[in-house]
Design a protein. Structure first.
Lengths: 405, 405
């Protein structure tokens, strides 16, 4: 009846969206820094935002727009190079002015133009440069893969490569496509960080359906990654559904297929974001098992993923499990250290809180791979979680020690 | 009536303690790695330990010894180069064996010999090497500054310099001296981290008095510092009082003088630990003001002190206050970002959550100093805290990326 097709490298285009990119001159590097998406009439939307108490103007305005329009979005305008955050009233006025101007040129009410920004905090957004670039940006929009690719490049900051993923599946009623694009490589942390993710689908869904599906997909993907533990002021994951496939979510089987496709796209983007983390040499697939609850498993995962000593050991491919054990002990979860075991790759390196004989060379070789596995068992229950994180390298420090100066 | 004398560089010796150091061969570098303190008969003691759930054998045994002896300690035996942690039963047996042997040679019950270890986790402690070095260690003990200096060097791991502080004050009944020595430069975090601190005084005090005074002194000093946010399995702060000065704490004025002297010594050691943090180029005196409670102020201080993006900006002497604001926002404290202001040195750089005109060059120059000040006001109440932290440099990563391999 149904067929789900994965896309290693292949990009499927959902119906009902066109994309564009321009160089507005916000970035000193003269790279693409302004992106636009136009969505078909009737497109529904849902979003999740940063949980940081300091939020950028576009996040506040984006949230307000979704409420006012009752989950209807017709366009997205994104700039990179400036977060449009912490510049007082200027940030709000700038954001509103850009949404209004884009709406006017597209023939849309400004309440249906969703804004995003990413880049440095505290510098005034160069509004005039963006306004001057809007006409060209809009005139050049198109629905090809080339257009999506340019849009994806326009939202990049310290990313070294564009991040895209798509899945297509067939239901009895037709073919549904989910396409996602993302940016993010620093300030990456659970609860979202300078991470912008746009998900496009041609399924037909109500905003309420989208909200629920998006929350579920984020929980297991973007909220289970961490590069540096810093949360951003601008994080946004936006899901748009044009309905142009004609396929609705009223059947349980279709809903399940769609939820799986959405999760798959989110998971791929989450992995791409972590792999492209600033200065990252190794991606670590952290698995916490036998926790007494999912929440507890996540708490342990985050304590390990945020330990500087663990992350620097990983940078040296050093099988120093003692640091991992100490990080588990500092997580706040009342673990019994005599029941904690640690695996590096398939090798047990710490049994019941104590050292055990293992092949150090093999453990070192495993950790020297670009993607490695660390598994921690707690003997406290049946809950588990998978968490993606990275090492911390001298390059990360170098990249971040002179960003604004 | 009373006179408190500070000691910039000068070391005062308390009565009733002798010190020794030896090279047992635990460290591959053949440096001093074993230290001993012998205290006069009747010495009382109190200690605080790591709050990590994974604790090393010497911490568990030290805690038990204090309980069994009702706060009486006659000797301290410390090794560096191995944490004696996470090696199962071996760790406990090794620790007990060493305490027993040291007690026998000193003519003391092993319940009055307090053990500490610091170094790598998960490797068996080379017990035989330590046992073989005990006789020489004990025969060479002495009460001079030279002996204290050697002891302080014997407990160092990645420390680049020994850390000592002392204060002497006079009360009507006599002269009281407080001497403190410490080691620690990585895994430094509130709630204690691989930090060993020994405080010696000749005041006469009950274990209960010492416990209360020690807790108070730690709260404002060792619990208000952070290098890397990692807590250790071995942290110990031990306070020993020989009573040899004949001065008791039964008068409020003497008690106050002693509490101040103890705090001053702890504060100096805390500063020395942070300044000697691994790879540290800049020490940051972080001041959080106008919080609604002390706890809240500390929560904000820790969020800022642990943000990798803030710490790397400091490494570049980059006045990137946006990252500081974002870290405040991620602290979990329900701050209103419109009320947060940030000062670098004496300059206001962010007023009410927004950028304001400031001299970037001057801010950069301030942050380029070895010790710099960052002040954050929240407009939420009257509580405040001072917190010492550091930048995060590529050198920190280098030091920690190959520790065990």
């Amino acid at each position: 009846m149904t067929l789900s097709r994965r896309s290693p490298g292949k990009i499927y285009m959902p119906q009902g969206f066109s994309f564009s990119a321009a160089c507005a001159g916000i970035k000193a590097s003269e790279r693409l820094d302004l992106g636009l998406v136009e969505a078909a009439s009737g497109t529904t939307a849902a979003a999740v935002f940063t949980q940081n108490r300091v939020v950028a103007a576009p996040v506040e305005i984006g949230r307000a727009i979704l409420a006012t329009s009752h989950g209807r979005i017709r366009a997205v305008i994104v700039n990179s190079g400036n977060a449009n955050c912490a510049t007082g009233n200027h940030a709000y006025l700038a954001c509103q002015q850009i949404c209004r101007a884009a709406g006017r040129l597209l023939g849309l009410p400004s309440e249906e133009v969703f804004p995003s920004s990413t880049g440095i905090i505290g510098l005034p957004l160069p509004t005039e440069k963006i306004l001057a670039a809007l006409a060209t940006l809009i005139s050049e929009r198109g629905a090809t893969k080339k257009h999506v690719d340019l849009f994806t490049r326009a939202i990049m900051t310290t990313d070294t490569r564009p991040k895209l993923a798509s899945v297509r599946f067939r239901s009895r009623k037709g073919t549904v496509t989910v396409l996602g694009v993302a940016k993010g490589s620093g300030m990456i942390h659970p609860q979202l960080a300078t991470m912008l993710v746009y998900l496009f689908t041609d399924v037909a869904a109500t905003p309420a359906e989208l909200r629920q599906l998006l929350r579920g997909a984020c929980e297991q993907t973007f909220n289970c990654i961490s590069v540096d533990g810093d949360t951003s002021t601008n994080d946004t994951v936006l899901l748009l559904a044009s309905g142009n496939s004609g396929v609705r979510l009223n059947q349980e089987s279709t809903r399940k297929l769609f939820a799986d496709a959405l999760s798959e796209v989110c998971q791929s983007l989450a992995q791409q974001i972590v792999s492209d983390g600033e200065g990252v040499q190794h991606v670590i697939r952290l698995s916490i098992e036998q926790a007494s609850s999912q929440k507890e498993a996540l708490q342990v995962a985050r304590a390990v993923a945020h330990s500087l000593l663990v992350k620097t050991a990983w940078a040296g491919a050093d099988p120093n499990w003692g640091r991992i054990l100490a990080a588990v002990g500092s997580s706040g979860v009342p673990i019994n250290s005599d029941k904690v075991s640690i695996f590096i790759g398939s090798q047990l390196v710490c049994r019941n809180g104590a050292s055990c004989r293992f092949d150090e060379r093999r453990a070192h070789q495993h950790l020297a791979k670009p993607v490695c596995d660390v598994r921690i068992t707690l003997q406290r229950g049946l809950a588990s979680t998978k968490f993606l994180t990275t090492d911390l390298t001298a390059d990360y420090v170098r990249i971040n020690a002179d960003y604004s100066t």
